[in-house]
Design a protein around this ligand. Structure first.
Ligand code: CTP
Length: 404
């Protein structure tokens, strides 16, 4: 049965990084993909196909000859499997399988499917660095790129031969992200999108600061979804523990003023673009930054902090873009605890937004640090749409579908 997210065929070849393919499969299953596996005979000596069968609930394709040996009709032909896949990803890909595919050989299940499948293709190489950097391997990889194979480059790391170097398979989350991106519709192809996320941090002294409550999850999900939809994406983020989504241009900031500087720089660089302000910008900052740590003083158990307002970044960037003749499509968020809709409508007008995504942060099941969100979208003409409760990635996709 086809899944809502798509069908992914994983080709597994015999590298010591083979266990990473299990992790990628489990991530893809969690994200809602249907997954099937084909392995080379040598790979099946490393990990039994039974393990992959248990993970995917599906028969693993290892031997071409099995197609003809089909007493119970449970075997799937390589052509049917090739057609079933939306994405064919080879994880891990040895120098041998890369060389075979680059030269049109098809004498094992993986190289055979690479030739037979018209799906989008991704290769995650994993091998010793000398083998990877060898000009023959590099030439094979270049050849595959020419034939529209996407390569997720290996990274520096520990290698099986007890050395360190380039050739360590890419991060499993990055591989899953790259597969998800390949399977997405490219509705924002070529668009430039800037997303702000997370809190800003306003320092009081070298060890203290004030900040806003924000995990960054909503903004990071929007940045990831925008990459999946084919946009160039810059993510400007305050401090967050989240993993940088694969494929974004990532900028780390602390204060609201730093966020404003980066926004202006990127807007000037991009020209006409979409800006999605998901960050929880601190409205106030200490009037004075104390260079030395503020000490407790005997006889005085109070500390009075004078706060001043930060600029409204959305207003500032709209003004800046206007001066530069740049067209912005600006989307804001309204995190409210009461009078959700009334406040959201006021913010659209005040900040010059196309629409605002409003959520009620007084609820525990959605909002801060949760994986789900239930939002309403309020447009500048006053119309409103209520979206059902969804995970934040799906909310992000819905927000991006409303961008013109
Ligand atoms: N925002 C901004 N600059 C600020 C504060 C907020 O650009 N100094 C942006 C946020 O990123 C969000 C939107 O404005 O997209 C609304 O943020 P919110 O905190 O709900 O509103 P405020 O403007 O701060 O108003 P208030 O706190 O009084 O509700």
């Amino acid at each position: 049965m086809a899944s809502k997210k798509g069908n992914v065929l994983i080709g597994v070849s015999a590298s010591i990084a083979i266990y990473k393919s299990l992790e990628v499969i489990s991530l893809l299953k969690k994200r809602g993909f249907s997954v099937k596996v084909a392995m080379t005979r040598e790979a099946s000596d490393f990990i039994s196909p039974v393990v992959f069968e248990a993970l995917t609930n599906s028969r693993v394709y290892v031997d071409v000859l099995e197609e003809f040996d089909n007493p119970d009709d449970t075997n799937i032909t390589h052509i049917a499997l090739a057609k079933w896949a939306d994405v064919f990803a080879i994880i891990p890909a040895t120098s041998n399988i890369i060389a075979k595919i680059a030269n049109g050989l098809s004498d094992d299940a993986v190289s055979l499917l690479a030739l037979a499948s018209e799906a989008k293709k991704l290769i995650a190489p994993a091998m010793n660095s000398s083998m990877y950097l060898n000009p023959i391997t590099q030439e094979n990889i270049e050849k595959l790129k020419k034939y529209e194979f996407h390569i997720i480059e290996p990274v520096e790391g520990d290698l099986a031969c007890n050395t360190k170097g380039v050739g360590h398979i890419a991060d499993v989350c990055d591989i899953a992200d790259a597969i998800e991106s390949l399977s997405s519709e490219k509705i924002l192809f070529g668009k430039k999108v800037i997303v702000t996320a997370g809190p800003t941090v306003e320092s009081i002294d070298p060890v203290r600061f004030i900040t806003n409550k924000s995990s960054g999850k909503m903004g990071y999900a929007i940045a990831k979804a925008a990459v999946d939809f084919g946009a160039y994406v810059t993510l400007i983020s305050g401090p967050s523990n989240l993993r940088k989504p694969f494929g974004v241009d990532f900028v780390n900031i602390n204060s609201a003023y730093e966020m404003l500087d980066e926004l202006k720089k990127r807007i000037e660089n991009y020209g006409d673009c979409v800006v999605i302000m998901a960050a929880a910008v601190s409205d106030f900052k200490p009037k004075r930054y104390e260079k030395l740590k503020i000490k407790k003083r005997s006889g005085n158990d109070k500390l009075v902090l004078e706060l001043i307002q930060n600029p409204d970044l959305t207003k500032e960037i709209n003004r800046f873009a206007k001066e530069k003749g740049i067209k912005l499509f600006t989307v804001g968020f309204a995190a409210e605890t009461d009078n959700l809709l009334k406040n959201a409508i006021e913010k659209i007008k005040k900040k010059g937004l196309e629409f605002i995504v409003a959520n009620d942060v007084s609820r525990n099941d959605i909002g801060f640090n949760t994986d789900e969100n239930e939002v309403s979208i309020i447009y500048k003409d006053g119309s409103m749409e209520r979206l059902p409760k969804m995970n934040k990635y799906d909310v992000a996709c819905e927000i991006l579908r409303r961008i013109e």
